[in-house]
Design a protein around this ligand. Structure first.
Ligand code: ADP
Ligand code: MG
Length: 713
């Protein structure tokens, strides 16, 4: 390759053209590119999907009928015919020293080319007797070709382009061979590799492709997975460090008349978790380093109060606070709740004849228009609005705060990293240029490892205790007609004594229009059927903000008994008098969503019931999980088990694209190590000056948007 004899870096491998690999020419290259392989690095990072271990094979004489078995055999012959009903059928005879077997494939004409006589194949399937001969129909076949070695890697292959598993195997082996003289460099400090008992990168790269034993493969996978999570953690920890280095924040007073008055006026004592969390937040607020903290708390844990305690610290010192909610309904509700909590508080004000005044709390959503809107925006700009509550309307360009000291983002998984940083930028535009303290609240508990990856740039507080006096929600699965009518009878009984109910309509992800239509239909049906005689309101995403606010208002006042809604009520709606939650077609929802929806009831002392209606008796592990537990963290783990991490990370979350081998479920220890190691690396060397190769790797592997903050002074 090049003249240098230093070990190869990933950047060098990335710059090496594919055509340096024996067997890749102008013809194969476009196909590889279509497959997402553009450089030698991409090729080496195309890891085997699985491995065939010759020593684990059965021989044909041991083959049991009706049992899934893997055999290593040679193709004897292969032909394709057309059946009477014009289907293509490929049949092959395969054999080993102990016997023969026939394979039959329907509608897979390409098999004829794949199964070249003389080639070795690993076949997995169930054999049955057919016309007295043993036969497997549509088995899984891995072509070994003429490859040797005990463990044979099987690569992903694409049916469309002409990239086959054996082709990839040959090219990867050639590329690895060409790397041999210089070896692949290891940018991770040797101390860490030793302490974590990991193998070197060169060895790992070889063994992931061509392991000699299962243990070698395992060690290779762990090493490369560690590299993946370490890079993500370095990026997140580096981002946090840079953020703390570069920004000056407020040193808020966390004691004083406003906070004291608020605490005294509370109608209930704080929970232990609230006390602890507020102390964590106040500690950060008092320091001039800007806070950037995540507050995780299950639905109903009392996050609003914590947010208010934080905002008051800013207001008390003469600054402003803002709370941003994901929907108008939620923003409305926060405004109502927070006004009620702060109703009796007075703020000392020398400019006022009486020496004090009420707090000015304003709601800014798209619904607020005309003169009112102008007045609020002016109040935000001149500082007379103490607390601004709103939707993303708050981060529009026209809005500028006089002195924004604290920001709460009620995220509920709907704001992304970009919006959070826009809010920070917004604050920096204000007079003094100080960065406000930021609290991100989420009601979606996520497992610790996922949190470390998704929210790795934040400090975390956990509200893990519900206020006392809650009666646990009873959750029932409803599938047949009898159960259904019993459910409606129960709902009617509760409505009759003045309690309220939600009915959530089927989620139709493909089309909001269909979803709305189905909600309207449900509304009509209930009105004339099971719930006739009760006052029913309808809430869906296609209604105007004014209409939505009217319906919600009527439901809050109790003028409406039943709210038929699409998932717009998913987040945060708080009406403690509601005791029934009926979720139709619950099998369509995800665990987190069902948990959120269920959290709309059980908010007072009354016993609440959640009904999960499924269409039939088909197994629905998600619905079962909800029936089994009301603990958001338990459910989050279950969700991770059932669905895998992609769904938790979100498609556009940072770093996700970089996790190919690492798994949030399996590699808990690796993720913890990576976090620790990233923290100690960044503490000792914030700009990674002494670890150029590692820094270069981060530059290479994260795109510009992701690494915008990266170690750039
Ligand atoms: P979250 O936003 O975490 O889902 P909320 O802040 O909406 O929860 O609080 C849920 C309910 O619990 C509210 O009605 C609130 O008034 C009440 N609440 C909050 N803290 C306490 C407490 N310490 N003791 C009793 N009730 C509380
Ligand atoms: Mg809330």
């Amino acid at each position: 390759m090049a003249l240098s004899s230093e070990p190869l870096t990933l950047r060098e491998l990335d710059q090496l053209s594919l055509e340096r690999v024996h067997g890749i020419g102008p013809k194969t290259r476009p196909a590889l590119e279509e497959f997402g392989i553009h450089s030698v690095l991409d090729l080496l990072e195309t890891y085997p999907r699985r491995y065939v271990d010759r020593t684990n094979m059965s021989t044909l004489q041991d083959l049991q009928l009706g049992v899934d078995t893997m055999v290593m055999v040679k193709v004897v012959s292969c032909k394709s015919i057309r059946t009477k009903n014009n289907r293509v059928m490929v049949t092959a005879v395969v054999g080993d020293d102990t016997g023969k077997l026939s394979l039959t494939f329907f509608n897979q004409q390409w098999r004829e080319k794949q199964l070249t006589p003389g080639f070795e194949v690993a076949v997995f399937g169930k054999a049955e007797l057919y016309n007295g001969y043993r036969q497997m129909t549509n088995p899984i076949v891995d072509l070994i070709g003429n490859r040797t070695g005990r463990i044979v890697p099987i690569y992903p292959q694409s049916g469309k382009s002409s990239i086959s598993s054996e082709g990839l195997a040959k090219w990867v082996a050639d590329a690895l061979g060409k790397c041999l003289p210089r070896t692949i460099g290891d940018p991770v400090p040797a101390k860490i590799i030793k302490a974590r008992k990991l193998v070197g990168r060169d060895e790992a790269m070889r063994s992931i492709h061509l392991p000699e034993t299962a243990e070698m493969h395992q060690a290779a996978r762990r090493r490369l997975a560690f590299d993946e999570v370490l890079r993500v953690q370095l990026m997140l920890v580096g981002k946090k460090a840079q953020w703390e280095r570069d920004s000056a924040g407020f040193a808020h007073e966390t004691t004083g008349h406003l906070i004291d008055g608020f605490m005294k006026a509370l109608p209930f004592p704080l929970t232990g978790a609230q006390t602890r969390t507020i102390a964590e937040i106040y500690k950060d607020l008092a320091s001039p380093k800007p806070m950037h903290r995540l507050l995780q708390g299950d639905v109903g844990a009392g996050k609003t109060l914590v947010a208010v305690a934080m905002m008051l610290a800013a207001v008390q010192g003469g600054h402003q606070a803002a709370l941003m909610a994901p929907t108008e309904v939620l923003a409305d509700q926060h405004a109502i709740g927070i006004r009620a909590l702060l109703d009796s508080l007075r703020l000392t004000d020398d400019g006022n004849l009486f020496g004090d005044r009420q707090l000015r709390i304003e709601l800014l959503t798209n619904k607020v228009k005309g003169a009112e809107r102008k007045a609020i925006i002016a109040g935000i700009a001149d500082g007379s609005v103490d607390i601004a509550i709103g939707t993303h309307a708050l981060i529009q360009d026209k809005i500028s705060f006089k002195s924004l000291g604290a920001v709460v983002v009620d995220e509920q998984h709907r704001f992304g990293v970009e919006q959070r940083s826009r809010l920070r930028d917004k604050a920096q535009e204000s007079e003094h240029g100080l960065v406000p303290d930021v609290l991100v609240m989420t009601a979606t508990p996520i497992p610790r490892t996922a949190a470390m990856t998704v929210y790795g740039d934040l400090d975390v507080s956990i509200l893990d205790e519900l206020p006392p006096g809650r009666t646990p929600i009873v959750t029932t699965r409803v599938s047949d007609e009898g159960e259904r009518s019993a459910m409606w009878a129960d709902v009617r009984e509760r409505l009759a004594i003045g309690q309220q109910a939600y009915v959530v309509c089927p989620l139709i992800e493909e089309s909001e229009k269909l979803e709305v239509a189905s909600a309207e239909e449900t509304y009509e049906e209930l009105q004339h059927g099971e719930l006739s005689g009760f006052r029913i309101g309808l809430l869906h995403g296609r209604m105007s903000s004014v209409e939505k606010a009217e319906v919600m208002g009527a439901f809050r006042r109790g003028d409406v008994n039943v709210l038929v809604a699409t998932t717009v009520i998913e987040v945060g709606v708080d009406v403690p008098n509601s005791t029934s939650m009926v979720i139709l077609d619950a099998g369509r929802f995800g665990i987190a969503q069902l948990h959120q929806l269920r959290g709309r009831v059980g908010r007072g002392a009354l016993e609440s019931h959640c009904y999960l209606v499924t269409q039939d008796n088909e197994p629905s592990p998600r619905v079962e999980a909800l029936v089994a537990s009301t603990d958001g963290f338990v459910l989050a783990e279950e969700d991770l088990n059932l669905r895998g991490e992609g769904t938790i990370m979100g498609r556009r979350q940072k770093g996700q694209s970089d996790l190919t081998l690492a798994s949030l479920q399996r590699d808990l220890d690796l993720i913890m190590w990576a976090r620790e190691d990233a923290v100690s690396i960044i503490e000792a060397d914030p700009m990674l000056k002494k670890l150029q190769p590692l820094r270069d790797e981060l530059d290479l592997l994260f795109n510009e948007e992701e690494e915008e903050f990266l170690f750039k002074s």
